[in-house]
Design a protein around this ligand. Sequence first.
Ligand SMILES: NC(=O)c1ccc[n+]([C@@H]2O[C@H](COP(=O)([O-])OP(=O)(O)OC[C@H]3O[C@@H](n4cnc5c(N)ncnc54)[C@H](OP(=O)(O)O)[C@@H]3O)[C@@H](O)[C@H]2O)c1
Length: 292
Amino acid sequence: MASLNIESKTELRSGHEIPLLGFGVWQTPADEAERCVNEAFKAGYRHIDSAAAYRNEAGCGKAIRVTSTLPRKQIFFTSKVPRASLDYEGAKAQVDKTLAETGLEYIDLMLLHAPYGGSANRKGAWKALVEAVEAGKVRSIGVSNYGVHHLDELEKHIAELEAERGGKGKGGVLSIGQWEIHPWCARNDIAQWCSQRGVAVEAYSPLVRGERWGEPVLKKLAEKYGKSEAQVLIRWSLQKGYIPLPKSVTPERIRANADVFDFELTLEEVNELETDEYKPVCWDPNVSSLED
Ligand SMILES: NC(=O)c1ccc[n+]([C@@H]2O[C@H](COP(=O)([O-])OP(=O)(O)OC[C@H]3O[C@@H](n4cnc5c(N)ncnc54)[C@H](OP(=O)(O)O)[C@@H]3O)[C@@H](O)[C@H]2O)c1
């Protein structure tokens, strides 16, 4: 594999680039977000993953606009439309709310946080994101926690919107999806669906929320490379071709989680780490029905 570094990016189907290492801020308290995002910038991250539901968009925006001296174009900011707003009007309003909360002129990536609301509302929420891209408010769009059945439905919705709105491209471009992915929840069905279509995959809870420290293979590889188990998990994610989003409020951990570019797992080790278990540690809307 091509060697990676902290500045590595990939081009999305939208034509915009995304930094491969992200920084998550779920459960980062609102009054800590500005500090944590700045710690992350100092450690070299340029990609912040927030959401309306995290209630810390304002602190992220302040770090990006005010505290950091980095040019806006070097930073990639993601937010997500929350469960309660997953319909046309809700998603449309949320884009404007996120812009107002953060004070940013555009959002790099807006995701639908989960596949809830029923088919018509999922289509409506997606259409609102498509319009937000056309209005220059959002650059790339995607979904989170969609199962393969939801992704198939989204493709149908995109085709319908193209027919309804005047042709190719008018249904929007699915650039990226975000799922809980780590060796105990590998989601290879979803990864394959995305890879066949050039859709980028973001991996949330890449550290399994700290629930797997000491697992024998993980421990062995950490010892072999003289790295922490967290660093091995982030490396696993990157080497699977994903965009990991580790979260921490702790300065040393924020820095350590970005210090993953001086070693490389072998392909055998990447495979050895992966299990057949399906043990998500977060919510799991992926398995919800199309009626939910
Ligand atoms: N789309 C979705 O539905 C969804 C769902 C969940 C998460 N996400 C995104 O993905 C991000 C990451 O997921 P996550 O927050 O669930 O979990 P995670 O990144 O797997 O784990 C975070 C936990 O690990 C600890 N930690 C971080 N670095 C560590 C290290 N080097 N050594 C030991 N412990 C360490 C953190 O503690 P401290 O903070 O105390 O240091 C925190 O308790 C979120 O912040 C969010 O942006 C998205």
